[in-house]
Ligand binder design. Structure first.
Ligand SMILES: Cc1cc2nc3c(=O)[nH]c(=O)nc-3n(C[C@H](O)[C@H](O)[C@H](O)COP(=O)(O)OP(=O)(O)OC[C@H]3O[C@@H](n4cnc5c(N)ncnc54)[C@H](O)[C@@H]3O)c2cc1C
Ligand code: FES
Length: 479
């Protein structure tokens, strides 16, 4: 567990420059600047990150992107810091927390006057959708504020090593992490853009006039409040869990969570891996694990055929990895950590077929069983939601121009429907133009650009693999 990768066919880990030391429950941990605290702990062999609130059983990381709450720790006396999205720093003191921690007395829940500010466009989330939204808005003379709870911008693009399809305008030929770097650098050069990383938009308080949004930087104990003329929510998605005995063992992880450790931080999340789910994420992560030096024991898929693209499945098969369709995981075996998993064949009604069980030894059991849009902020703000299974669950109703049922709150990317990064970027730019037009009026050049982008998005969505999304979108369109 936690072996650092130094040689990789695509990724270059020479960013690992300066070494830093920090303290974990009295032990000195060596890390590299640019890593999350969680990644450094994992590399140091520390994989018990918390304990189940009811069971008291040890828990390891699951998502590694700030969504699952299995990594709350106390950092320099401040509780509830998600160490998977918090950077290592020289000399910090980190300890695990059991149960609900004491809130330090010195903390105030008052927002200081100097921490209240206004902006024209607030973008929540700096993944492909949010970066694209902030960049587009910044080109039209308005004040833009971008917040992201991670310490680095880029969202899920940061861990994507495959080359994107499409035209140059859609970043065709570039790898995901390269697109993240490019957009982040471009945004940093804009004078009318304020960027807050390590900052969570935790609530929308008032939508009657300017939209009041609460921002918190937990690790600095800093609360802010922003009054925004318009808000674009781009909070992404979280990975789904599965119910089976042993699913809380250390080593049961989201496939995207493993991808984060491996591709963003160069830390091999496990040596022998079983993957549940042969959609694109399962297949891509399986291939990337092989590239990074892990052994992928098998991929199991409950459907009669894998759901990901043929090209990804073919790459996996070339390595001799079996893909067992009509199979699922029945149980994870182990004491505190996964040591093996029982897989089983299912019948046409997805019921396990007795006698078909087999035990697969593994120390990492990855769940690649879909994503759920992160709509918490939108739902809390009162945006009307609808359950649309084709789009990943509860999603906000929206107009063609991506405005929700709450005036001046717009959406883009995975929080609006599970799709992919290119469409997230196109949506981000469309939502930005809609927000800008609320402020500066419907200038013909803005209307024209938005129509061009809408056409591009529609053309892109004509791809057969996006047929389900197209169907789902018909159910949420209003106005
Ligand atoms: C775990 C995972 C793995 C994936 N792997 C692949 C892959 O291998 N290949 C592929 O083609 N596609 C993959 N995708 C899909 C693709 O990456 C997404 O469709 C795309 O990144 C969506 O972009 P987004 O900007 O909507 O969300 P994201 O890229 O998820 O960005 C959301 C951002 O919002 C921030 N955020 C969330 N909530 C708040 C808040 N309240 N306050 C402040 N900031 C907040 C997050 O920190 C994050 O940076 C993956 C998606 C996920 C979730
Ligand atoms: S929130 Fe940190 S591992 Fe999920």
């Amino acid at each position: 567990m936690g072996r650092r990768i130094w040689e990789h066919p695509i990724l270059d880990f020479s960013w690992r420059g300066r070494k830093v030391k920090f303290y974990f429950e009295g032990r000195v941990i060596e890390a590299y600047e640019g890593e999350s605290i969680g990644a450094a702990l994992y590399a140091a062999g520390i994989d018990v990150w918390s304990w189940g609130k009811k069971t008291g059983r040890p828990r390891g990381p699951f998502c590694n992107i700030g969504k699952c709450s299995s990594c709350f720790m106390i950092v320099d006396g401040r509780p509830n810091v998600r160490v998977c999205i918090e950077p290592v720093r020289e000399g910090i003191r980190v300890e695990r927390q059991r149960g609900l921690p004491e809130i330090p007395k010195a903390w105030s829940d008052e927002v200081r006057e100097e921490e209240v500010f206004s902006t024209d466009v607030l973008v929540v989330g700096g993944g492909p959708a949010g970066l694209s939204a902030a960049l587009e808005a910044s080109k039209h003379g308005v004040e833009v504020t971008l917040v992201d709870e991670h310490f680095r911008l880029g969202g899920q693009l940061k861990k994507q090593t495959h080359k994107f399809f499409g035209s140059r305008e859609l970043f065709g030929g570039l790898r995901g992490f390269q697109i993240a770097e490019k957009l982040t650098a471009e945004l940093a050069s804009k004078e009318n853009v304020r960027i807050f990383t390590r900052t969570t938009a935790y609530a929308i308080f008032d939508t009657s006039g300017p939209i009041e949004v609460g921002l918190a930087n937990v690790s600095e104990g800093r609360l802010m409040r922003v009054r925004a003329k318009t808000v674009i929510v781009c909070t992404g998605a979280q990975e789904n869990y599965l119910v089976f005995p042993g699913n809380d063992l250390i080593g049961v992880m989201g496939a995207g969570g493993a991808q984060t450790l491996m591709n963003e931080y160069g830390i091999l999340p496990g040596e022998r891996v079983l993957i549940v789910g042969a959609g694109n994420v399962g297949l891509i992560v399986g291939y990337q694990l092989l590239q990074a030096g892990a052994k992928v024991q098998a991929i199991v898929e409950i459907l009669p055929r894998y759901g990901g693209w043929f090209v990804h499945a073919a790459k996996i098969r070339r390595y001799g990895v079996p893909i067992y369709t009509r199979h699922t995981v029945k149980e994870a075996l182990g004491d505190e950590r996964v040591e093996a998993a029982v897989i089983v064949r299912v019948d046409e009604k997805f019921r396990p077929v007795p006698g078909t069980e087999r035990v697969i030894p593994c120390d990492l059991l990855l769940l690649a069983v879909g994503l759920t849009p992160d709509v918490r902020l939108l739902a809390q703000a009162g945006c009307e939601m609808r359950w649309v299974s084709e789009l990943g669950g509860w999603v906000p109703l929206r107009t063609r121009y991506l405005e929700t049922t709450v005036r001046n709150i717009f959406v883009a990317g995975d929080c609006a429907k599970i799709e992919e990064a290119t469409t997230a970027m196109l949506e981000g730019a469309i939502a930005a133009l809609s927000a800008v037009m609320r402020i500066v009026g419907e200038r013909p050049e803005l209307v024209q650009r938005r129509e061009q982008l809408l056409r591009k998005l529609e053309e892109y969505r004509e791809a057969p693999v996006l047929a389900r999304t197209r169907e789902g979108l018909k159910k949420v369109l209003i106005g």
